[in-house]
Write a protein that binds this ligand. Sequence first.
Ligand SMILES: [Zn+2]
Length: 347
Amino acid sequence: MKPSPDEQLVFLSKLQRLFAEGDFTATYKFALLIALADLAIEIGDDSGRPLQLGHRVIASKFIEMYWQQSVPYSTGRTGTAQDVLVQNSGTQAAIITAIVRFRQQNPAATVQSAKLLPSYLALILTVGQTVSAQPINYLQNLGGITDQFLYERTRGAIVLKPGVAFCLRRFQPLVQQLARSHWVGHIKRNRLNSPILGQADDLESFMFATSRHALTIIGAGLKKLTNSHCFYCRSTVQDADVDHFVPFSMYPRDLMHNFVLAHPSCNRSKSDTLAALPHLERWLAFITLHDDSLNEIGEAAGRLSDGESCRSVAGWGYANAMSSGGQAWLKSNAYQPVNQNYLDCLE
Ligand SMILES: [Zn+2]
């Protein structure tokens, strides 16, 4: 059932056509592609089987993404206005409007705390309706013709076709990169945003990155939890970095269990590589032992906290590394090939 190399190439070229020829009046289609790739990693597998995704699950991903972008953006420069970025070429996108209204009416500082409120259900339903009526309906329209190469629709859900979850998992970094850069481009080209933007150049970090404030909270929480020890070399650390255990370049999404404390030098040395087996084993033990504390820190920092998803992400990252002959970082200038032992301990 796994798609052949040729079928994977066809998938990629269709994806490229989608970005080149698709009609993007709102930014929803970028969000939908990112959501599908994330869900393929978090709940899909490499069997090549179809994967059913409910509108509500997808809506929840949309809220996570647009939550961060529903606050006013300011370049901090004179001559630019501070306002919420417009995500549609006509008027503001309905999903942004719904989230802004929800945030005005509910005392939720973070999307994590919002999920605990009874009124969140109404927001999910509203967003789910829009997602169903718009991006799900139009994503597969290429040059006026519908090509259902990604999914088919059923009641309240979509079903990813055989091989699609497999391809989304394999090419997730590419899907993310394409969707994010086109998304940022869409915001910049929208003339409704020119009074806000001027010549702004930090748009991508505003739209997608973890805030400095959240990182400070996470760093302080991890220091307390580990008694200020570097996760990798295990000696004490004062001015610690917060490192993504599965590199951000591989999986640009902030899950609380993926954060570890590290010396800036250890962090730099590891860079964009996966960590070697002894680190992986220690990390698995760490997130199991400290699950509750990590959830608490994540809640305080407004980051998503889901140990199970995070473990799936690691399983996906190491499996991809093994199939492409990747190396894992042990310590400064020391690497090991990723082999079956890595996957066994992630079972
Ligand atoms: Zn260190």
